[in-house]
Design a binder for this molecule. Structure first.
Ligand code: ATR
Length: 281
């Protein structure tokens, strides 16, 4: 246990939040690394969020994860915000600083990229032409992560084109917006295809796309992890593409948040994966 045995409190705040697997995962890591800490969940309504966050330090929390629907609202309460959170336009991790100040960060881009690099060690960002499906919050993290790694050609395709244009304005002018209905054709230029839409998630329709024009050498990445195997990934695997699901992105973003609070980046080991698989899928 750490020196003074004081329990370091962290929480996840969302609305709803009961489905979150973060408490199980972080409490596993706290135990594994013998840190005297506790990770709890808190359901907070949107009209109470700002006051609640501002009071976190007073209530003894050293940090928090922020989830749907509060990721944007959390920006407003921060005294300091990382470049990543500012660009992505969302905070998923809060760290309390001396004097009760709140620092906002976003570990989703890190989680996305780390998972990609773990799955494909030879990945070369400079030779990547990425086709990103979707323009919501998750897409912002994915695009930012890819840009930071040095990917120069990123195509965004979204059902609502205005949302894609807004993402381009907010994140980087080099992003190329194309029409959602041209997705099958545009696959012919991609070396990496990422689904960031909610299509394929449990309870949603499948992503409808024909992979006919896609090179068999392209990487196919679905950030969905419930279920682990979407029809999009299945189709890609059957034709020989390397596929990556969203489980690792979830685990690595969590590991990064943990390191921001406790100073240790925990190992994404088999037990950590099992915790999510047993309870979440
Ligand atoms: P997240 O934070 O997980 O990214 P989000 O911000 O609600 O969630 O974004 C959901 C994404 O899935 C959006 O890109 C959305 O497209 P629109 O901007 O056109 O709404 C996409 N999406 C959701 N349902 C869809 C559907 N039936 N067909 C195509 N895209 C869909």
């Amino acid at each position: 246990m750490i020196a003074n045995q004081k329990t370091l409190k962290v929480c996840i705040i969302g609305y709803p939040v009961s489905h979150s697997l973060s408490p199980l995962l972080h409490n596993y890591w706290l135990k594994k690394y013998k840190i005297s800490g506790e990770y709890v969940s808190s359901e907070v309504k949107p009209d109470e969020i700002e006051a609640h966050l501002l009071n976190l330090p007073k209530h003894g929390f050293i940090g928090a994860n922020i989830t749907i629907p509060h990721k944007r609202a959390a920006i407003k309460v921060c005294s300091e915000i990382s470049d990543t959170a500012r660009k992505v336009g969302a905070v998923n991790t809060l760290i309390t600083a001396p004097g009760g100040k709140l620092i906002g960060d976003n570990t989703d881009p890190y989680g996305f990229i780390k998972n990609l690099k773990k799955a494909y060690k030879k990945w070369n960002p400079r030779q990547t032409k990425a086709l990103v499906l979707g323009a919501g919050g998750a897409s912002r993290s994915v695009c930012y992560g890819l840009l930071k790694e040095g990917v120069r050609e990123i195509y965004i395709l979204n059902r609502n084109r205005t949302n894609a244009e807004n993402l381009k304005t907010d994140i980087n002018d080099s992003l190329i917006v194309k029409s959602w209905k041209d997705r099958n054709l545009l696959l012919n230029c991609a070396t990496l295809v990422v689904n960031t839409t909610s299509l394929g998630m449990t309870g949603m329709q499948d992503l409808k796309i024909s992979l006919e024009n896609l090179s068999e050498k392209a990487i196919v990445y679905d950030i969905v992890y419930t279920p682990l195997n979407t029809s999009f990934l299945d189709a890609a695997r059957q034709r020989g593409n390397l596929t990556i699901n969203g489980l690792g992105m979830f685990l690595y973003q969590a590991a990064k948040s943990f390191s921001l609070w406790f100073g240790i980046e925990p190992d994404v080991d088999e037990r950590a994966k099992q915790i999510v698989l047993e309870r979440g899928i």
